[in-house]
Ligand binder design. Structure first.
Ligand SMILES: Cc1cc2nc3c(=O)[nH]c(=O)nc-3n(C[C@H](O)[C@H](O)[C@H](O)COP(=O)(O)OP(=O)(O)OC[C@H]3O[C@@H](n4cnc5c(N)ncnc54)[C@H](O)[C@@H]3O)c2cc1C
Length: 392
């Protein structure tokens, strides 16, 4: 017999699972959120700059505001990206986006992972409809005609109409449901670190498509930037082994000195990169969101934004179910899957295609990709399409 009954169980309280649980709770559904590792509260974060940062699209920021989390972020820890400059690996191959030219206030916001996570968890704790099982570990999952049940390691049994896997790239829920996933490692690491800069960044995000990977320097408040250098594992490990002064000198040279002298303010860390596709986003009484549903290369800074769009759409479909009282109804879940397919596929194709295009040493491809950047820099429909996707 279940010890507790909910409308929805969300397994995984990372950024995506937490945002979904808050959104569903605000929509009047009762939600159980199971998470083995609750994040540190904001009071314990101190002043140090998180090395894990995200470029959050204006669309995601609006969703997070509707969850009550965005407004908790202190203005002095947020940066609006007003311009983006992308460089190819030939002189003159350059692409520039400006919020002003696109009729927008900003292209993205740069936010620290720890603060955003803590803000979402504060919204979770304040939600009357959400019950937290954290630290809590999933033990067994069963899906029947009328309900799904999740047994936790401590023996408690939770029942619901729907279970959502928001438990990251290695999703346990996805595995238990027998949903196939194909992961292709890029053989690259995403090396992250923060730097103080000698020349003001003027709210510009810089990105270099180089033969040794993709280097991005994203503006942080004050004269600081956050780096994501997606590069071959051997090169990534070498960057990690460098003394702070040597790392700063290496990044300064790779970024052609556009931000003057660099100084490390947060030491380097690294994450392995992969492309992961899943066969289905839904199954009877089950749905996947976030990295459990897709894993993309971080060169477009879109991974968590895709996840927030999953959460936003699933919450919208469940809120609009009308006379259908069953949140786990398969036809309803298929509506969510159909609505998300195109966005996910487009992002997988775009990030994977760009990664392969710029990783190739073939001369004709080198010409083509740099010409492509120059062409895209013209005021073409392609440029508008790219901006529309990036800010959604
Ligand atoms: C170097 C790098 C830079 C990136 N930069 C950006 C960026 O600028 N912008 C962007 O949009 N994206 C970016 N991404 C992608 C982004 O980090 C991910 O897409 C995002 O963190 C996924 O969030 P999630 O909540 O789906 O998964 P996760 O963050 O992996 O959270 C999953 C949660 O589930 C929990 N969990 C695990 N197993 C279980 C279980 N069995 N039961 C219950 N809970 C469980 C975990 O403890 C965790 O809290 C970047 C990625 C990398 C590697």
């Amino acid at each position: 017999m279940p010890s507790s009954i909910f409308d929805v169980i969300v397994a995984g309280g990372g950024l995506v699972g937490a945002s979904l649980a808050v959104a569903l709770g605000r929509g009047g559904l009762t939600v159980a959120l199971v998470e083995p590792q609750p994040p540190a509260p904001v009071t314990s974060l101190g002043d140090a700059w998180d090395s894990r940062i995200y470029a959050i699209s204006p669309g995601s920021a609006a969703f997070l505001e509707s969850c009550g989390a965005w407004q908790q972020l202190p203005a002095e820890r947020l940066t609006r990206v007003e311009t983006m400059q992308v460089f190819g690996d030939e002189p003159g191959a350059r692409l520039e986006f400006s919020a002003y030219d696109c009729g927008l206030r900003e292209l993205a916001f740069i936010v620290e992972n720890g603060r955003l996570h803590a803000a979402l968890w504060r919204s979770l704790r304040e939600s009357e409809n959400v019950t937290l099982f954290s630290p809590g570990r999933c033990g067994a999952l069963a899906r029947g005609l009328d309900a799904a049940t999740l047994t936790l390691d401590d023996g408690s049994v939770l029942a619901s109409q729907l279970i959502v896997g928001a438990d990251g790239a290695e999703s346990w829920v996805r595995g238990e449901a027998g949903i196939k996933a194909s992961a292709v490692p890029y053989g690259q690491l995403g090396v992250v670190a923060n730097f103080a800069v000698g020349t003001p960044h003027r709210e510009t995000a810089y990105q270099w498509f180089r033969r040794d990977g993709v280097l991005a320097l994203l503006p942080l408040p004050g004269e600081r930037v956050s780096m994501v250098w997606s590069t071959a594992e051997s090169h990534g490990r070498e960057l990690l082994s460098l003394a702070p002064e040597a790392l700063a000198a290496r990044v300064e040279a790779a970024s052609q000195g556009v931000l003057g002298a660099l100084q490390v303010v947060t030491p380097a860390a690294a994450f392995p990169l992969q492309l992961q596709r899943v066969a289905q986003l839904v199954a009877p009484r089950l749905a996947l969101v976030g990295d459990a549903a897709h894993n993309v290369h971080p060169l477009a800074g879109q991974g968590v934004n895709l996840g927030f769009r999953d959460a936003r759409e699933l919450a919208r479909v469940l809120a609009g179910r009308g006379a259908q009282s069953d949140c786990g109804d398969y036809h309803l879940l298929r509506r969510y899957e159909r609505a998300r397919r195109e966005d996910i596929l487009a992002m997988q194709l775009a990030t994977d295609g760009l990664q392969k295009l710029f990783a190739s040493g073939k001369v004709w491809l080198q010409r083509a990709r740099n010409l492509g950047l120059k062409f895209t820099n013209l005021p073409t429909p392609l440029k508008q399409w790219l901006v529309r996707h990036a800010v959604a």
